[in-house]
Every structure is written in C-alpha cells, then in structure tokens.
Design a binder for this molecule. Structure first.
Ligand code: ATP
Ligand code: MG
Length: 290
C-alpha cells in the first residue's frame, strides 16, 4: 500500500484532505500528523481528548535509543479514529518549537511508515503541512523533508483558484528538483485538487504542468467538522467529501503502482545472463535426478 505525503504552498485544506482520505479508505489506514508548524487534529476533530503526553514529539527521544524503541513508541502513541481501530492517527506536535527535535527522527520514522504500508498493509497518509523552502531547497526543520523524499506519492494540495495556482506555480519547480535530487524521482509529485474556484482539473494540471491525481469537492460543513470537530453534520457518512475521498484513495494507489512500475529497472544484461545460466543448470539438474 502506498505512503502518501500531502503538502500545500499555503493552507489549502491539507489536514481536512488527509483526514478524509484516512477515514474513507477501503483498507486499514494511518494518518501521521507531521506538520512542523504544529498539529491541529488534537484540538479539532479529537476535541482536546488526547493530551500532550501523547504523539509525534515523544518519538524523538525513542529514536535516539534505537529502531526498536522507536517502533515500540510509535505503536504506543497511536490513537484510534474509529471504534474498530482500523483508522489510526499519530497526533502531531503541540508546539511548533518541538519541530527542531524531530529533524533527525524523520528518516527513521519514514522507515516505520513504510513498514506499516508494506508489511501491515495500511494506506499511510502524512500531513506534511506547508512547504517551507530556503534558497530553492526544502527547509530541513520547517518541512519534514525526509518523509517527502521517501513517500511513494507527494501530493501538493491546491484549490482551483487563481490565488492558489499562483502560489503553487512558484513552489513546484523547487519541490520537483528536491524530489529528483534526493532519492525519490520527480514523478512522485502530483496534485490533489480541492474543487473550489473556477478552474477544472484539466486546466489546473495544464497550468501547473503536473498531473492531477485526484480531486475532492468543496464541502464546507464536512470540512469544518473534520478540522474543528464537534457534531458531524447531517448525512456525514454519505457526504460528497467522504465519497470522493474513497475514490481518491484508489486513484492514489493506481498512480503509486504506475510509478513503481515505471521505476522498475530491468536487470542489467550481465545479470540476465546469470539468471539464464542458473535456470539452465536447474533444468539439467532436474533431468539427471529424473
Ligand atoms: N474540501 C474542503 N471544502 C471546503 N472547505 C475546506 C475543505 N478543506 C478544507 N476546508 C476548510 O479550509 C480551512 C483550512 O483547512 P485545513 O486546516 O484542512 O487546511 P491546511 O492546509 O491543513 O491548513 P494549515 O496549513 O493552516 O494547517 C478550514 O476552515 C477547512 O474547514
Ligand atoms: Mg493543517
């Protein structure tokens, strides 16, 4: 299952989208709230029920002890967004000043998230907050850069408005270069469109020269519930936002698989020769035994 990081150029609905995808996914899912500017789900959807003794910040100390301590801490700092425990949340930072302590934790956390995706078959979403760029590079503490570099898909959340596209246009080249130069390839980058404003998906994709992987409707009531908490609005379970989010999870998975396929490099000719000889030996051995 893919690990998908969501970011914005400026507050476009990353947290609401990450929650909608996590809650709507067909499979077990996990949302890691890794916005260095601080998490909002604890005080929002969770209604302040999860205290500061719990969440992402506490993984920094565990990581300094070692990978096993980090894995244990990760498991014990998850909370459930549903009764069955299929939808898990790693609550974010309670204070932006905590972000510096996480700088060396991100690579090890990326490993843990990939284990959740590949071995525990979870759809994993990362709320990576707003992109912070410095001299054309991802800022090392104001953006969880290693999580973006290791993600299967990096989705820039944009709205179909001129203001949103204008800001996105500036960050995309730097983000694309950073992904290209740091291990993951630039084709991890796609857009998640919030259908607000005059521009349709094909216009947004063309204008930003980046594929729109999925779109979510502008749904003020449900988005408000997801970001601010309180009582779910009428028809929440059947709402357009959650229905589209379910489709979006599938579109993201398809895009991630396509990307994996493109990245698959056929074995070098020398290796192909070795494989051929091994196969031949195996067949000849089989004849002798027979
Ligand atoms: N799909 C949507 N339809 C309508 N309103 C939305 C949608 N998504 C988000 N919003 C609204 O936009 C505002 C910002 O949403 P959200 O907190 O998800 O953005 P964000 O990108 O995480 O912002 P920040 O960078 O400040 O963390 C909230 O008022 C939320 O209710
Ligand atoms: Mg947010």
């Amino acid at each position: 299952m893919p690990v998908t990081a969501l970011v914005s150029a400026k507050s476009c609905g990353v947290t609401a989208a990450a929650l909608a995808l996590t809650l709507a996914s067909k499979r077990p899912s996990l949302l890691a709230e890794c916005d260095p500017a601080g998490g909002t789900i604890r005080a929002g959807l969770l209604g302040g029920q999860v205290n500061a003794g719990f969440g992402l910040y506490h993984l920094a100390r565990a990581e300094r002890t070692g990978p096993e301590a980090l894995a244990n801490a990760f498991a014990s700092h998850l909370c459930h967004l549903d009764q069955a425990g299929h939808r898990k949340l790693l609550p974010g930072l309670t204070d932006p000043a905590q972000a510096a302590a996480l700088a060396r934790t991100w690579p090890a956390l990326a490993d843990v998230l990939h284990v959740m995706a590949q071995q525990a078959s979870h759809d994993v979403y990362i709320d990576a907050g707003r992109l912070a760029l410095e001299a054309g590079h991802l800022h090392p503490t104001l953006t969880p850069a290693p999580l973006l570099y290791r993600a299967d898909m990096v989705l820039l959340v944009v709205r179909g408005t001129e203001q949103s596209l204008a800001l996105a246009r500036h960050v995309i080249p730097s983000l694309r270069t950073a992904l290209q130069e740091n291990g993951s390839s630039a084709n991890a980058l796609g857009l998640l469109l919030i259908e607000d404003g005059p521009f349709r998906a094909h216009q947004v994709g063309e204008s930003l020269q980046t594929p729109v992987i999925a779109a979510l409707p502008h749904d003020q009531d449900v988005a408000h519930y997801l970001t601010a908490g309180g009582h779910p609005p009428r028809g929440y379970g059947r709402s357009a936002l959650l229905r589209y989010a379910r489709t979006a999870t599938e579109q993201i998975e398809v895009a991630a698989s396509r990307r994996q396929f493109q990245q698959y490099a056929p074995p070098a000719p020398q290796l192909a020769g070795i494989l051929q000889r091994l196969n031949q030996q195996h067949t000849e051995g089989g004849v002798k035994h027979g």
